[in-house]
Design a protein around this ligand. Structure first.
Ligand code: 5AD
Length: 341
């Protein structure tokens, strides 16, 4: 029997133990599914994501967008193109638009202001995922109507974080996340599973941090080695451990919005379905227009490429129904504990 109280209280030794084995998975998965049902209900929320630039000034050892990667055709969508895409997404009935890019200073404070203001007219929630920007920019964009900000902490081990992110620190990353929270953004953190050198203890630290931040959104996916990065020869994260971490995240932060991630669907054809069964309640159909879409290449084998631009919408809706859940029709804000389903 698992000790639910110890998980909820993020007992680090206990978490390390249950993360290090598949022995408790059946019970962890079942508990996560019950907690998901009780706290966030049967609805799965769709978030239409536009990956609008793959330029990046950062050097993250795992990521295909890293500045050093010369084997990638770089693209930037114009503000007009981004706004046009957002209109299409709104017309498809999707109530959240995620604007994601590499860390690309080409998009100035003012350009992002214009994009946010135009998209806000479409009666949608806006999620920004632009990496680390200035605190002043976070403040201004929030005032203009940005609702949410996604920025994974990637790993809560300070040593591993420093190794993977030359010139950056976990402490700094956390400071950004706390500032986003303070400004009133629904704030998304999250991490990769199976990073080189990552231990069960490190993964337990990830859960401790999610709880400490009270993350509103939690993105968890397997690390997938990218041949165009220094980690090309590393081993990637596995399905079972990734699902275990998603399920534990649901237990630790019961009302969080948790996506069944694209990376999860990329290491196993049914990865996202399993994610939805074991705690996830969000799915992010890729709505990056072609011909750009294949070039947002964080890792190899990314699904949903070369398809009709909007095919991911029907596909994800069908997936939600296939696991017995309901397609959410609202904005999908984080549920407050008071309004328990
Ligand atoms: N494998 C899996 N996920 C990756 N990301 C970046 N590179 C990889 C990779 N090689 C994830 C990071 C980032 C998100 C946008 O994509 O966690 O925050």
């Amino acid at each position: 029997m698992i000790d639910l109280k110890k998980i909820q209280n993020v007992d680090i030794d206990y978490l390390t133990h249950i993360i290090s084995t598949d022995r408790y998975d059946e019970e962890i998965f079942k508990t996560a599914d019950e907690i998901r049902r009780k706290y966030v209900g049967e609805e799965v929320h769709l978030r239409g994501i536009i990956e609008f630039s793959n330029y990046c000034t950062q050097h993250c050892l795992y990521c295909g967008l890293r500045a050093e990667n010369k084997n990638l055709a770089r693209y930037r969508m114009s503000p007009e193109e981004i706004i046009e895409r957002a209109k299409l997404i709104a017309q498809l009935g999707i109530k959240t638009i995620v604007l994601q890019s590499g860390e690309d200073p080409y998009y100035t404070t003012e350009m992002m202001c214009e994009i946010i203001q135009q998209i806000k007219k479409l009666d949608v929630a806006i999620t920004l995922s632009l990496g680390e920007r200035t605190f002043e920019e976070y403040r201004i964009w929030k005032e203009l109507g940005a609702d949410r900000y996604l920025m994974r902490h990637e790993t809560a081990s300070p040593q591993l974080y420093a190794k993977l992110h030359p010139g950056d620190s976990l402490e700094n990353r956390k400071a950004h996340l706390y500032e986003l929270k303070r400004l009133g953004y629904e704030t998304g953190a999250g991490f990769m599973v199976g990073l080189p050198g990552q231990t069960p203890y490190d993964l337990a630290l990830d859960l401790v941090f999610l709880k400490e931040l009270d993350a509103d959104m939690i993105g968890i996916g397997p690390f997938i080695p990218n041949p165009d990065t220094p980690l090309k020869d590393a081993t990637g994260g596995d399905l079972q451990t990734t699902l275990r971490m998603i399920a534990l995240a649901r237990i630790v932060v019961p009302t969080a919005n948790i996506p069944a991630t694209t990376a999860l669907g990329s290491i196993n054809p049914l990865g996202r379905q399993y994610g939805l069964k074991y705690g996830a309640n969000v799915i992010m159909p890729n709505l990056t227009p072609n011909p750009y879409r294949p070039n947002y290449s964080l890792y190899p084998g990314k699904i949903c490429l070369f398809e009709r631009d909007t095919a991911c919408v029907e596909c994800t809706k069908h997936m939600i129904k296939s696991v017995g859940l309901i397609v959410g029709e609202g904005y999908g804000y984080r549920k407050k504990t008071e309004s328990l389903a």
